[in-house]
Design a protein around this ligand. Structure first.
Ligand code: ATP
Ligand code: MG
Length: 379
């Protein structure tokens, strides 16, 4: 948690596609909250990293970008991606040099080793599950962000020959595993304090722990890191006796995310598993238009954390005013909490929730959604 009275400077990086549209809405809301709640916040809008910057300068961001972003207290990113039309068959072949690499450089360079993605089904949000218990979906998926399956070590031997072999190394360290799992338990403890007994979590009905951490692995097929994760999970769990424990194989977890997602609380997963499960969780809680996300280093404030909605640049709807800014605004709320402005963050979350109920069934443009949310903030 940041210090509420400290002046903070934020970098707003709209990026590409709908990132530009939803960032414009986030800026309106930030301005409104800063003025209404007297928040000691200022910000600068950066036109990088982005494809537009690439077109002008031949790269996604300035050479000293990492040094520049270190000066800020928090980074808010719209989306990065290829803004080309969906009909273009080459769309998925990014032109040379245009890439998502800046995102990875930020996560790695700033040592933002944990990614947090809350998934809560708000009343009025699009529902993909008919079961009435879906109203109780309220989980936090914590994903490893720095190692595991995404270390990008490997190669292709005998490329193009019938005997070609491709290898991809996965690296899991005890240090990386321990800090991730301890962070998940701390998050569960915090949620337990915040939700208390009011939480309609199934475990409490059974007289079990009202908070739970579920570990995800594929221990049966990938025993090396599966056992490391399981061992560290058991060790760290001893420090948190009030937190319930659960372990799911990732395939079973996918099934249960659809079958009974309300039975999950905090979920902790590797880089790849977390990547997949968070997209699934986003759909369970109303879709990408409502899914916030942040990349943080829970142990250190030396570098700024990076806040970005789960969605990408959505080229299919970019420039049409169709993007839902709610994911970006819920992401902005996460950033405000991080900067020590929990009350304003909570008001923003409540305004998004109230607007969802009030506008159910309506088709609105991006800025109409924001206008509705600001009305609730004003009320
Ligand atoms: P990228 O390569 O940048 O990730 P993408 O093609 O994967 O782009 P996403 O942004 O990940 O697109 O979105 C996937 C789908 O969800 C798209 O069809 C898009 O229209 C929809 N979508 C994503 N974000 C939003 C939003 N904020 N509001 C409405 N629809 C959205
Ligand atoms: Mg995408």
């Amino acid at each position: 948690m940041g210090e509420p009275n400290k002046q903070a400077t934020i970098a707003l990086m709209p990026g590409d596609g709908i990132g530009l549209e939803v960032m414009a809405e986030a800026e309106k809301v930030l301005r409104f909250l800063r003025d209404q709640d007297d928040l000691p916040l200022s910000w600068e809008v950066l036109d990088w990293p982005s494809t537009a910057w690439h077109q002008q300068h031949g790269r996604m961001m300035p050479e000293d970008a990492m040094d520049q972003v270190r000066q800020y207290d928090a980074l808010l990113l719209g989306a990065l991606g290829d803004p080309g039309p969906l009909s273009d068959p080459d769309r998925y072949c990014l032109p040379d040099g245009i890439s998502l690499a800046p995102l990875l450089s930020f996560r790695k360079g700033l040592d933002l080793w944990a990614c947090e993605r809350p998934a809560r089904l708000l009343p009025g949000a699009p529902r993909y599950l008919a079961d009435p218990r879906a109203a109780d979906i309220d989980m936090l998926v914590i994903r490893e962000n720095s190692e595991g399956e995404y270390v990008n070590q490997g190669g292709r031997l005998g490329q193009g020959t019938p005997h070609e072999v491709a290898t991809q190394l996965e690296v899991f360290t005890r240090r990386g595993t321990e800090r991730l799992i301890r962070h998940a338990f701390r998050a569960a403890r915090l949620r337990l304090r915040e939700h208390g007994d009011a939480r309609s979590f199934y475990c409490s009905e059974k007289g079990q722990a009202a908070a739970q951490v579920c570990l995800i692995t594929k221990r049966n097929a990938q025993p090396a890191w599966g056992e490391l994760y399981t061992e560290v999970f058991a060790e760290v769990a001893r420090e948190f006796p009030e937190i319930g424990l659960r372990h799911e194989l990732v395939d079973a977890a996918c099934m249960k995310f659809v079958q009974c997602p309300w039975e999950f609380d905090v979920v902790v997963a590797s880089n790849l598993h977390g990547d997949i499960l968070t997209d699934l969780a986003a759909m369970l809680s109303g879709g990408l238009g409502l899914a916030p996300s942040c990349n943080i280093n829970p142990d250190s404030r030396e570098a700024p954390a990076l806040f970005e909605p789960t969605h990408g640049s959505a080229p299919d709807i970019a420039g049409q005013g169709k993007a839902n800014p709610a994911a970006m605004l819920l992401t902005t709320a996460m950033m405000l909490t991080y900067l020590g402005h929990s009350a304003s963050a909570e008001r923003l979350r409540a305004a998004v929730a109230a607007d969802l109920v009030a506008s159910e069934g309506q088709v609105r443009t991006c800025s109409e959604v924001t206008a509705g949310i600001v009305e609730h903030l004003r009320a």
